[in-house]
Design a protein around this ligand. Sequence first.
Ligand SMILES: *Cc1c(COP(=O)(O)O)cnc(C)c1O
Length: 832
Amino acid sequence: MKASSIFATLKTAAMSSSPTPVQAAFKLALQRELRSSVDGISREALLRAAAAACREPLGERWADTQIADAKRGDDPLKAPVRRVHYLSMEFLMGRALGNAIAALGLEETLREAFAAQGQALPDVLEREPDAALGNGGLGRLAACFLDSFAELGLPSFGYGLRYQYGMFAQAIQDGRQVEQPDDWMALGNPWEVPRPEASYRVGFGGRVEVDADGSRRWQPTEHLIAQAYDFIVPAHHSQRVSTLRQWHASAAAPIDFQAFCRGAHAQAAKHRVAADSLNWVLYPDDSTDPGRELRLKQEAFLVSASLQDLIARHLREFSSLHNLGKLNAVHLNDTHPALAPAELMRLLLDEHGLTWDEAWTINRQAVSYTNHTLMPEALETWPLYLFEALLPRHMEIIFEINQRFLDEVRAKFPGDEGLLARVSLIDEGGPFGHGGERRVRMAHLAIVASHRVNGVAALHSELMVQTIFADYARIFPERFHNVTNGVTPRRWLQQCNPQLSALIDGRIGKGWRQDLAQLGKLKGLADDAGLGQQFGAVKRANKERLAALIRRELGVAVSPDSLFDVQIKRIHEYKRQLLNVLHVIARYQAIIADPTAEWTPRTVVIAGKAASAYQMAKSIIQLAHDVGRVVNSDPRVGDRLKLVFLPNYGVSLAETIIPAADLSEQISTAGTEASGTGNMKFALNGALTIGTWDGANIEMAEAMGVENMFVFGQRTDAVAQIKALGYDPRLYVEQNLQLKAVMDAISGGEFSNGDTSRYRALVDNLLGRDTYLLMADFADYVATQARVDALYRDPAGWNRCAILNVAGMGWFSADRTIAEYVERVWSVRSLD
Ligand SMILES: *Cc1c(COP(=O)(O)O)cnc(C)c1O
């Protein structure tokens, strides 16, 4: 196909219709791109051209947005709008083109232009690599928030790092996970806009010098340059955009010329390589990586560059620092950027000459923090010696913050030495600390420095103040809040499920894209049998697409008539993928025992990555493959049961899988899943949930009616009670023949070709400790799965329930979440 013919098509299209200015500008840009394309009009060329063309209108919108935001303090009669700075080590953006053209209203323009070249729009979109700069929910939440920042017109910057390699690419070899580098920028990144004017120096190491006047000055031994790259995220219902500013590190010093001339080339560039190592990878969140020092440097680098950028912008716009805290919010997405208060204090004290009290007031006004997990091992701490060596001035500041804070606590709760030790920013390494080693507690720093701390779902926020932060809730009761997570309906319904979107549009109009609460109008239509059938037909079409993908990827034929039972999320013991696999084994054994019974055919789909050092999670992936291999190839089973594991889970795979799910597995041990957002995406797309009374499942059940969710398992109070009474998982196994048969099959090597050692650790763990109570919840889980089967045999009843699920999801929009953050966490009023 000749490139020239696409120009002709575009020109005809441009003349025949009356294009909007954006469409016209886009068409010109596309023509220019294609003319300069060296490889003709491959899908990749079309992708690059379209992306480059989108940059033009996005760039315009970016400039307009910045100009408008700079004026936000101008009206003396209005309370100033605060600009939000959302600091996160992770942004799980996924693909950008589909979202950009939906926002810019260019879908039809592109569809026609590509069709004229024999290319379907979705096939081109699929060529874009995912920007997978995050591990899971926390990073995806940050990405959904950027979308809502734009949509709500909130003055904001997202701040992150520009990782060369994102979350690893997961390959499966012989049923085992193999990690490969995720070279997502190999063909360049057409979306980023370099901002050479936004560049800052960040120091490490050295020591603190004291001047004659007593002021302290940090003399670092190493300097890096932080260079900004912007990723622009458009609103869908206005011209606003939000910005993700990602920092790239390079060495401040040029190459060592003396060494170079001696011929010692490697040594001449040593510090450049060291600087560049900050850009290499996103560390997996829960592995025990030896690169911890590098991770601390990455965190400090993100924080310092972002805050320097904030201060520079504030001074440009308002020329005084006194109102910095009132006009800017600095939000910490978990403790990873919790160095921010220490760095902000350092900048205000040492670089801008403020007093401690002035700086501390600004700091407290600006900073707020979201906690994402109750698991104590996930609360970051840093060995003091490492911290002090890399960040000596920050260490001093933290000691000072700590001393002033502990003095306050002492005054308020005299004589309570235990309390002081527990809330200190420093873990002194006593008998209950980290075995003798002094450590800096980042969550404590985040709480003490913040004016607001929030959890991410009602139950999680409650448990947070009852357990890990109970002492702090006593000291600062007004500081703790809840803001339940949400997801963006633009990506997670409109774009990923066009057929369902069209069906909903036809019944209640298109307004839900902007105001998801309008989905509530579907409630009154749940008994409309015609709508139920149409719901079923859309689901069926989505399942056929997924079945085709499964056949293509894995060579396994699955029936779109079977119930698609889906669990996709990071592989973790608390999320209990293993419980899911145990159910598959139990079902397999039951089918073999009684093949003629009335079985509801099922296809179980699992996807997710295990942190590279997390052996138990990797063992669960292997077991899923082993069980799948046996079940899928057993001729006695046929379509009654299949188990497939789709490799390399990420945002784009989620967008394909979720619209095709009948059943959403949200089965964490009660009290362990802070919120979950996968649960929301599934229900929004008409999947029914089988879930525990955990995280946001609870609020979803309340919103849609608990009778429309398959709830099972021990609740948090019962979990605590079982553990308090001395939990013995063996008792549950001995009392349940079905469970015993499942465990025996695994340990007897039935899924590992007779190898009885492969799953010994896994089985021993379940029978010995079973931290996440799989044995205690197994019977109820299996019984509830039988209720799922029964409803699925009644398509009308199932579709009715699916409609009610969608109708109940209006509250779980990220737009609502962000509106609540603005109200309770980021508003000027929250400072009183
Ligand atoms: C939504 C999402 C998550 C979070 O899923 P949970 O089920 O809430 O853990 C993780 N990864 C990706 C790619 C997602 O889109």
